[in-house]
Design a protein around this ligand. Structure first.
Ligand code: NOJ
Length: 502
């Protein structure tokens, strides 16, 4: 499993109210105790922070807000010392408009780096085409001085790189090498499906409406480029890996990014972020992931991240959030846990005066409360965003002391996963259960587990084939054939000798 750290909100050590790399290092023992295999850290590079780090002005340095390169080196070593892996976030589609490459590119139509970005003449007084940007408005901005428009699928401060230019490819390969040479275990790759562009820049067909380009952009060039990243990463010793963010709705498109085992190692499966809490929706997702990804493609599961309201907020209640955790950690594939979901955090209520994100995503980015004290383990200034609800009780220290907490549920599930080959890498088959109950079995040779989740708000009786015993229950429960409302069970064959785990 991979644990996502959003560094601004994880742990501050400098006292400025913004988390930093030494803060992550300080909390690594917590992550090891939880059972984390790998950590993905959202961008900590130099950035003017128009998109809170996803606008990079130097890919090979750490923003002073987060620390120094020496801090990054120390963090990599400290993660490895605890037997964990570290993935960094790589943002290849766009740079910051303050990146020296773009500053140079926009300086004149004759700049040697003009071709590193997408510059076009307008159509009359208007932009080169009708594309819309992700945070609203058009995807082109006119540069008055040089009289041309540049493309940005996100903010105007995030100009898109031109990946058909070989100099861009080699400069960005250098960035990958820079971090691989420092010892990182791989990359989470930001909106990687967007990097290839059709140089003709055709208008988006009217029938697609005014939706932004990010959910549509998909060119063959992207796949060729990704094969290049894969060769580079695989050329390094050890098990380095890549996981790509592909914001395309259909699974066939998503599957294409695995290539024939020669593109991304993993692609985010964001289906659960938009799924209603019903057995039909979750059974449909599990079926489609098993059926529609190409053979050999290793799935992923995601409940939350820094771009979307947290699972707890979306589902409303504790019971459903607990069962969602059970699903996340028992469906087939690599689970990604967003920091704080293991505490059952809900989004912060952010008053208008404190809202800072151009994409309206502040709530899910609230700081992690480490203890029940007034500063919740953050020294100095109040954090950059308000605390999530109930931080006095929903914090690491309080939940560590409470064996019934969400935190202990996550920890038990992760331990169960570690000791069961069936859960880690076994097949998955759905079992008929009826009503609002979803049931599936995981199996690897003789190792078997059964997962039951009741999505309904009434207790549900289940008829079990065979003799099963409870390994983990999301609620107080000792009857494997009766599920509480929104409750879930992980069962193992009654004959399996296993360490007591409840
Ligand atoms: C996806 C990232 O997750 C999001 O936070 C960011 O705003 C966009 N890509 C642009 O980089």
């Amino acid at each position: 499993m991979v644990y996502q750290i959003y560094p601004r909100s994880f742990q501050d050590t400098g006292g400025d109210g913004v988390g930093d790399l030494p803060g992550i290092e300080h909390r690594l023992d917590y992550l090891a105790w939880l059972g984390v295999d790998a950590v993905w850290v959202s961008p900590f590079y130099r950035s003017p922070m128009a998109d809170f780090g996803y606008d990079v002005s130097d890919y090979c340095d750490v923003d002073p807000l987060f620390g120094t390169l020496a801090d990054a080196d120390r963090l990599i070593a400290a993660v490895h010392e605890r037997g964990m892996r570290l993935l960094v976030d790589w943002v290849p589609n766009h740079t910051s408009d303050q990146h020296p490459w773009f500053v140079d590119s926009r300086s004149s139509q004759d700049s040697p780096r003009r071709g590193w970005y997408h510059w076009r003449d307008g159509r009359g007084a208007g932009p080169p085409n009708n594309w819309r940007a992700a945070f609203g408005g058009r995807a082109w901005t006119l540069d008055e001085r040089t009289g041309q428009w540049y493309l940005h699928l996100f903010l105007p401060q995030q100009p898109d790189l031109n990946w058909s230019n070989p100099d861009v490819v080699s400069a960005m390969h250098e960035v990958l090498r820079f971090w691989l040479d420092r010892g990182v275990d791989g990359f989470r790759i930001d909106v990687v499906h967007c990097i290839g562009k059709d140089p003709a820049f055709p208008d988006q067909p009217a029938e697609l409406g005014a939706i932004d380009r990010v959910g549509i952009q998909h060119e063959p060039l992207t796949h060729e480029l990704i094969r290049g990243f894969r060769r580079l990463v695989d050329g390094y010793p050890g098990d380095r890996t890549t996981v790509g963010e592909v914001q395309l709705g259909n699974l066939a498109d998503l599957g294409a990014f695995y290539g024939s085992g020669d593109e991304l190692h993993m692609v985010f499966n964001f289906l659960p972020l938009h799924a209603p809490w019903t057995s039909a929706a979750w059974s449909d997702m599990a079926t489609r992931i098993e059926r529609d990804l190409p053979a050999g493609a290793w799935p992923t599961w995601v409940l939350s991240n820094h771009d979307i309201p947290r699972v707890r907020t979306r589902l409303g209640g504790e019971a459903a959030a607990r069962s969602a955790a059970l699903l996340l950690l028992t469906l087939r594939g690599t689970p990604f846990i967003y920091q704080g979901d293991e505490l059952g955090l809900a989004d912060a209520i952010v008053p208008e005066a404190r809202r800072v994100d151009p994409g309206g995503r502040d709530g899910c980015r609230a700081p992690i409360p480490w203890d029940a004290g007034p500063g919740h383990g953050w020294p100095g200034r109040e954090p950059w965003l308000p605390w999530p609800p109930d931080a006095d009780t929903r914090n690491v220290e309080s939940e560590t002391r409470d064996p019934g907490s969400m935190l202990h549920l996550y920890r038990r599930l992760l331990a169960a996963r570690r000791r069961s080959p069936a859960l880690r890498r076994g097949d998955l088959s759905l079992r008929p259960a009826g009503g609002e109950v979803l049931a599936f079995e995981r199996r690897a040779a003789a190792d078997r587990r059964l997962v039951l989740v009741n999505f309904g708000d009434q207790p549900a009786d289940v008829r079990l084939d065979g003799d099963w015993t409870i390994e983990i229950a999301t609620a107080e429960d000792d009857d494997p054939s009766r599920l509480p409302p929104n409750g879930g069970l992980l069962l193992r064959p009654a004959t399996t000798p296993a360490a007591a785990s409840r």
